[in-house]
Design a protein around this ligand. Structure first.
Ligand SMILES: [Mg+2]
Length: 229
């Protein structure tokens, strides 16, 4: 049996949380640093560690371990508070529940996330929409595991090897995501990518960045399964 490790991006691939991420950064930055926000937090498929690093540096603040930890904790605190709002105003993207349920029932698919969200925020977001049960989060990788998204693929691979006893060859690892950073992460690690143009990038932009399999929106489960190879 050819088994696959399917690693889902969260924001704009599975769910839309209506800009709450940007709002969270605007709230925590002055709280943690004591300085006003002058430059926006850049997310866009970055890891939260990457976003925090960029945001601190763009304000000429050295990203010390202590500050980064304080920002990470504050971020989780904000999302914990907006859990109900998230469920109420955000949405699960079309096709996501069906695709997740189909992979759940497929013994050749091991399903987790590869997300820029920290592990704590990912749990809050997925939990808010009732999606947590679809994932083995022990074999995923998160925005507090590495500064760069490409660095998350080996993290997930290592976790899957330890827990499942399967060393997935890179071509058996499939990322599903919506940004140029998802494309880059796949190319850097040798993983495969299924791109969806449900975020801020068009199918043409994803193609120009080197994505080979692209859908406008998540396709019907059978089509997505076929795209795994
Ligand atoms: Mg995304």
């Amino acid at each position: 049996m050819d088994e696959h490790l399917v690693l889902w991006d969260v924001d704009h691939t599975l769910i839309d949380s209506l800009g709450l991420g940007g709002a969270a950064y605007r709230q925590i930055f002055p709280e943690v640093t004591g300085q006003p926000v002058r430059e926006p937090a850049l997310m866009d498929g970055r890891t939260d560690l990457g976003t925090i690093d960029q945001m601190l540096r763009s304000h000429d603040i050295e990203p010390t371990g202590e500050l980064v930890a304080a920002m990470t904790a504050a971020l989780a605190g904000v999302f914990d508070e907006v859990r109900a709002e998230l469920a109420e105003k955000g949405r699960v993207l079309p096709g996501a529940r069906e695709a997740l349920a189909t992979f759940d029932g497929d013994p050749a698919v091991h399903q987790s996330v590869l997300t820029g969200n920290t592990a704590e925020v990912a749990r809050i977001k997925l939990g808010a929409f009732g999606l947590l049960g679809h994932f083995d989060l022990d074999i995923g990788a998160f925005g507090d595991d590495h500064l760069l998204r490409g660095g998350l693929v080996p993290v997930a691979r290592g976790r899957a090897a330890r827990k499942l006893g399967i060393d997935f060859a890179p071509e058996r690892i499939v990322l599903i995501g919506d940004t140029l950073n998802d494309v880059r992460a796949a190319h850097e690690s040798g993983a495969r990518l299924i791109a969806v143009a449900t975020g801020s990038y068009s199918a043409d932009e994803l193609r120009a960045a080197g994505a080979e399999v692209i859908f406008e929106t998540l396709p019907a489960p059978g089509e997505l399964r076929a795209a795994l190879g």
